[in-house]
Design a protein around this ligand. Structure first.
Ligand code: SF4
Length: 609
């Protein structure tokens, strides 16, 4: 008895075949589920050097072992693939119901491989996997696709789908399910490259019996009790992530005008309270009592007259201060435009901010961007460009390639202003203001993500955020913890107050697997997952030179950022040395053989040789 489904569904889109496979127990012990398990399968099944947008790439959808069990904040789901933005291993998370439906259908993961002959969708019910042509869904936005699939296959149908941008292979296209998106890394482009518009599931609810059911039920009760009065959860429930905006700006962490500055006039206009005033209803993921989402009215663009779930803090940063804007309604409308076409708000906002700065510096002219007057804060031009990216039209074709490739296209030192790590546009956390973030993002195996190892001690003010010395060990630690949280898909917002002891307790009651029986054992699993991901990237040719920061972070002191003004990352090399030492990597950032053996990853030694 366990809360694992214990099997995967493999769908081959080229041959229109599917089969169910048992997941070896050894894999569950060594990698748990979600990010860990996805990394293991991707490493084993992908040939090095393949084009992420070719049929050889695989798209893996996964849910965690504690998902759909009644425990709070574990029912989100993940997509693992090789990213068309970064060329690295990648994982992106999202909420909604789809992951739990996948588990109800009897699978911890679905592997999608090959490429359909024409635009298609796959429907899964209790009997079988059905392959359908999807010509009539072509070009439709995710909301309409989901509505049509519910009409066809029943009101309980849950779907994961792409918008026009995914079909057109915009390199940061998203996968949408309900009102939520797996936003980062271009997972939607990979789905589009397979001619796959949607995966839908309609199956009855299924119950998984935990290893120690009475204990598991008690743990659920205690967790709900703890969360009921938890102040962070209450804040999330009322305000959602917009409530962190003002605090981050105060510390100089909120990026302004393509990371040139750290503060903006009128910031109070986009506070959590101001967005709360526009909230029309709550929304959230399967079974979650926090329900951190908020529905808000859209007043312009293709979704005008409807409501969207958002904006999250990251969309506020990307379409707000980072573009010199503090207009709430504009941010909501821009967010809605991204949702409609199915593009990532962070990558879109950063690509547009980059273009604004190139124009400001005279490195390009309006003629280079279809005549658009892209000044900071020019909302009409920004919305027009967002639409062009979503449709992959005009200059949108170039920007849809991501900021790294756009910089190469413009040339003329443009790369100095391109804010990305390994090709992934940076989220709303200024690395110069939190040096742990600088190191964590630089060494992240998926590029510039704020969710690869959050420097909690620095963010909580327990460690000086500006010091560079001594951050290697603390970042190695938080990255390992994050690898476990990602392998359970423990929602950061929905289960405050948890730690490795608690995860171990949950896992033991759920599965009885000894490999999860202590925090130390879990940390070893976390380390193994990071090491395997790094070996994937090493096999792709990445090395120390790729653990780099955007030029701006190491050369240009941060401006107008309160106490963080003047900060710069000056000792990245020393930070990397310390981090590599802690992780058991060589000076080149390659895992040492003894570390690989210690972690039980002997199978990768042949590739490294
Ligand atoms: S807190 Fe928010 S993101 Fe997390 S599970 Fe709940 S509704 Fe989903």
């Amino acid at each position: 008895m366990t809360t694992f489904a214990g099997q995967l569904l493999r769908i081959n889109l080229t041959n229109k075949t599917s089969r169910i496979e048992t997941i070896p127990e050894e894999y569950l012990e060594k990698f748990i589920s979600a990010r860990g398990l996805g990394s293991k399968y991707l490493y084993d099944e992908l040939k090095p050097g393949i084009d992420p947008l070719s049929p050889e790439n695989k798209l893996i959808m996964l849910i965690g072992v504690l998902g759909g069990t009644g425990l709070q904040g574990f029912s989100k789901w993940a997509v693992v693939t090789k990213s068309p933005l970064t060329g690295t291993i990648f994982r992106s998370y999202t909420g909604g119901n789809f992951g739990v439906w996948m588990k109800f259908a009897g699978y911890d993961m679905i592997i999608l491989e090959g490429k359909a002959e024409r635009l298609s969708y796959v429907h899964i019910d209790s009997q079988d996997v059905h392959f359908h042509a999807a010509d009539e869904l072509g070009g439709l936005d995710p909301r309409n696709v989901q509505r049509i699939l519910k009409e066809r296959h029943g009101a309980r149908t849950s779907s994961a789908c792409i918008g026009l941008a995914g079909e057109k292979l915009v390199r940061y296209a998203v996968i949408t399910s309900d009102e939520r998106t797996a936003s980062r890394g271009g997972v939607g482009a990979v789905m589009g490259s397979k001619n796959l518009k949607a995966v839908s599931i309609n199956v009855p609810v299924r119950k998984f019996t935990p290893f120690d059911e009475p204990k598991f039920k008690n743990l659920i009760r205690a967790q709900i009790e703890m969360l009921r009065e938890n102040p962070r959860r209450k804040n999330m429930n009322t305000f959602g992530t917009p409530y962190i905006t003002l605090g981050l700006e105060k510390k100089g962490i909120l990026p302004v005008k393509n990371f040139q500055e750290g503060s903006i006039q009128g910031i109070e206009e986009i506070s959590g309270e101001k967005f709360y005033a526009l909230k029309r209803a709550k929304s959230g993921c399967y079974g979650c009592m926090t329900r951190c989402g908020g529905m808000r009215d859209v007043t312009a663009g293709p979704l005008k007259g409807t409501q969207i779930d958002g904006p999250e803090y990251e969309s506020i940063y990307a379409f707000g201060p980072n573009l010199g804007i503090t207009d709430k309604q504009f941010i909501i409308n821009a967010n809605a435009m991204c949702d409609y076409y199915g593009i990532d708000t962070i990558s879109t906002g950063v690509c547009i901010a980059f273009t604004c700065e190139l124009l400001e510096k005279g490195l390009i002219s309006p003629a280079d961007v279809d005549g658009l007057e892209l000044n900071w804060g020019n909302k009409d031009a920004i919305l027009t460009l967002t639409e062009k990216i979503g449709k992959r039209e005009g200059i949108g074709k170039i920007l849809g390639e991501g900021v790294k490739r756009t910089a190469e296209y413009f040339d003329k030192n443009a790369s100095d202003y391109a804010v990305h790590i390994k090709g992934l546009e940076l989220p709303g956390y200024e690395p110069r203001a939190v040096k742990g973030y600088a190191l964590s993002m630089a060494t992240s195996n998926i590029g510039g993500s704020h969710m690869y190892g959050r420097p909690r001690p620095e963010l909580a003010g327990k460690i000086d955020p500006f010091t560079e010395e001594g951050k290697g060990e603390s970042i190695a630690q938080v990255q390992k913890e994050q690898a476990i949280e990602d392998s359970l898909i423990a929602c950061t917002f929905g289960n405050s107050g948890l730690n490795m002891e608690k995860y171990s307790e949950f896992l033991m009651a759920a599965t009885g697997i000894d490999a999860y029986s202590s925090p130390d054992k879990l940390m070893k699993i976390g380390e193994r997952i990071i090491c395997l991901e790094r070996c994937f990237n090493i096999r792709e040719g990445l090395r120390r030179r790729d653990d780099a920061l955007p030029v701006r972070m190491t050369k240009e002191p941060l401006k107008n950022a309160g106490e963080a003004s003047g900060q710069i990352v000056s000792k990245l090399d020393a930070l990397l040395d310390e981090y590599y030492e802690c992780m058991g990597y060589s000076k080149e950032g390659v895992p040492k053989k003894e570390k690989i053996r210690e972690l039980g990853l002997e199978e990768v030694l042949r590739d490294l040789d």
